[in-house]
Design a protein around this ligand. Structure first.
Ligand code: SF4
Length: 651
């Protein structure tokens, strides 16, 4: 007898084109949960299709139809794939009129009526945590029950015979997370020690679920609930060992508050031990706890001692008090996060800040003032426009907050057009700023200039970016026009999402002729504000930022880049030799003091340096993920063979 076939679709938010697949963790949980039940495993064949975000709907449908459409199509739905999966579901219904279509995920939980209105082919929406509901659904499926008759199954909404939605209510949350079979240890995600290398770009891993806060913009504050539950240490230990033995270099933790629980220290030790034994992992990215106590500082220091690289995200979201009130969020006090940022910088951590533009209570002027205050400590700031997500506090209070929103046909994100403190005209001009701040500052294309400029001049970071914005508007040449078109596309769309960032980054990474034009902007617009005695070094700083941009090498074939390669430790680097600067750029960057008395310091002699660039800057995750690209910036001099520490000299 043929086993029934279930296909689970999961699509990453990153658009990966050249390297490993995005890890479909949510789908892996579901597959592991179903396959852990022997009678279901005997009757079902569960396949995961991990999508990079670049596949066309027709390519996905062709894969679904090969060799025959599955008996059940399950979709892990988020805002970025809602419409795509809706269209896929509509066509799948025609391919297999008897097949089940099951959707799940935070974005559609509690949204069955709307889902059904927009995509009538969807049979079932799973609400909340899906692992146990999916097992019950699978039992009903193999018993040949109708998807119109699923009374008695908790945690779902389904259409009955009259086409009305029946909500069976939320399932109690899973208190003992170890009840969920591990998608790693069960083989659901196909991770095998050293079998041809790690199959994904990075491992996505949860050590716990839940968050004690209730930020009004966030799914976790609304849909997921408050109590934090952890996976056991024994399970995490086995998972980390498997990942390390499989050559997994990067782990991305989904935890909302890493460093909040005592178990987090133990988890870190597991990673360090694995790294010592198997050489992996090398990088851990996560969202650290909002309140930083003794444990947090210990964790950061331990990571550093162990050579475990991480990026630290100071997610303040806004520094405007009325906006924080509306958001139901309290940040650390200003002096605390300023001290923290300084400490992390001194510890050599990659730090970036995070702000959300357009929150109720914020204004154009207040947002830029907050941006500049944060930039004084952390120039790399991710600036996202506010999206109103289903199942969040803002969603529930939209009328009270006077939100005017809009959507595109491409995805299901609801943008905010205007509200009481944000007139439309301010939103439009802020999108000009957001383009430059995201492309140039957040992705660190400009990075060494910020601190010196603050000390040498009165110009703030936002003013530098806005000066560039105005200068770009005045340039008639085609090279700068190309950059202007990238910005205009984003502003016209009132969207600074991935496709607009990608376009700007690609243009900058691939248009070396643009560098001369940017140096011209610097000379015309910025250097006149710099004391004359410092203009030479200030000029070199921008030159340094531009010449150390990563070598974009999509195919990893040496002929794509004419620079010679050198292997240091187990890593390959492109080397640009004899790069000339008008001052001693190494000393200037190491000194980190930028005052007019710089004349007395030994940086005024012209120098030549060799710059090493880690090869492999071709994965889109590295390209577009602001915490990943930092590894690929050029470094002066030969790097440390261990590859764990660097001598990047950004000020
Ligand atoms: S934004 Fe972070 S702290 Fe706030 S509710 Fe969401 S996960 Fe929790």
């Amino acid at each position: 007898v043929r086993r029934l076939r279930i296909t689970i679709l999961q699509q990453a938010v990153w658009r990966g084109r050249n390297t490993g697949l995005p890890m479909p963790l949510a789908a892996g949980y579901l597959k592991a949960a179903v396959e852990a039940v022997p009678e279901l495993a005997a009757e079902l064949e569960v396949t995961i299709r991990s999508l990079r975000g670049t596949e066309s709907a027709s390519a996905i449908l062709q894969a679904l139809a090969d060799p025959a459409p599955p008996d059940m199509l399950a979709c892990s739905v988020l805002g970025w794939n809602y419409r795509l999966f809706g269209h896929i579901s509509t066509t799948y219904r025609q391919m297999n009129p008897e097949g089940w279509i099951v959707w799940g995920g935070n974005h559609v939980s509690g949204q069955a009526e709307r889902v059904g209105r927009e995509f009538p082919s969807v049979d079932v929406v799973v609400q909340g945590e899906g692992e146990e509901s999916v097992v019950e659904l699978a039992r009903a499926f193999v018993s040949r029950r109708s998807p119109r008759d699923l009374q008695g199954l908790a945690g779902i909404a389904f259409r009955d015979e009259t086409n009305a939605w029946v909500d069976t209510g939320r399932r109690t949350r899973i208190d003992d997370l170890d009840r969920i079979p591990s998608p790693f240890l069960t083989g659901s995600l196909g991770i095998v020690p050293r079998a041809g290398g790690f199959p994904y770009e990075a491992a996505i891993l949860e050590t716990n679920r839940g968050c004690p806060y209730s930020c009004a913009f966030c799914y976790w504050g609304g849909a997921i609930g408050q109590k934090v539950r952890s996976f056991s240490r024994a399970r995490l230990e086995a998972e980390i060992e498997l990942l390390a033995r499989s050559g997994c270099e990067s782990i991305m933790l989904c935890d909302a508050n890493f460093g909040m629980l005592p178990e987090d220290e133990g988890f870190l030790e597991l990673c360090i031990r694995a790294r010592e034994r198997f050489g992996a992992p090398r990088h851990i990215s996560t969202s650290f706890a909002k309140q930083k106590g003794r444990r947090f500082f210990g964790i950061v220091r331990r990571m550093k001692e162990a050579g475990l690289h991480s990026s630290f995200n100071l997610a303040l979201q806004t520094l405007t008090e009325p906006a924080l009130d509306e958001m139901k969020r309290r940040n650390m006090r200003i002096n605390e996060w300023e001290d923290l940022a300084g400490w992390l910088h001194d510890e050599g951590m990659d730090v970036y800040g995070e702000l959300i533009w357009g929150c109720p209570g914020d204004t154009y002027a207040d947002f830029l003032a907050g941006y500049d205050r944060l930039a004084e400590r952390i120039p790399r700031i991710a600036t996202y426009p506010l999206l109103i997500l289903p199942n969040t506090g803002y969603d529930e209070r939209r009328d009270e907050l006077g939100l005017v929103t809009w959507k595109t046909d491409a995805h299901d994100f609801e943008f905010v057009l205007q509200h009481a403190s944000m007139p439309l005209v301010d939103n439009v001009r802020m999108h000009r700023f957001l383009f430059w701040s995201r492309v140039l500052a957040e992705h660190s294309l400009l990075r060494s200039i910020w601190k010196p400029l603050r000390e040498m001049t009165e110009i703030t970071q936002s003013q530098v970016l806005l000066k560039l914005d105005a200068w770009v508007d005045r340039q008639p040449d085609p090279i700068v026009s190309g950059l202007r078109s990238c910005r205009d596309a984003s502003v016209d769309a009132l969207d600074i999402g991935t496709e607009y960032i990608e376009r700007g980054l690609q243009y900058l990474f691939l248009s070396e002729r643009l560098f001369d034009r940017l140096l011209a902007w610097w000379e015309e617009e910025i250097l006149p504000h710099v004391p004359p005695s410092l203009r030479t070094v200030a000029g070199d700083l921008l030159r340094y930022d531009l010449v150390t941009l990563p070598i974009y090498d999509p195919t990893e074939r040496a002929e794509r880049c004419s620079l010679p390669m050198e292997v240091v430790g187990d890593r390959a680097y492109y080397v640009r030799r004899g790069v000339k600067f008008e001052c001693d750029i190494t000393s200037a960057l190491r000194r980190r003091v930028w005052s007019p008395c710089v004349d007395a310091l030994p940086c005024c002699a012209p120098t030549q340096v060799d710059i090493y660039y880690l090869a492999g800057f071709c994965s889109d995750m590295a390209l577009y993920h602001n915490a990943q690209n930092v590894r690929y910036f050029g470094r002066i001099g030969r790097p440390d063979p261990s590859g764990t520490t660097g001598d990047r000299l950004d000020a």
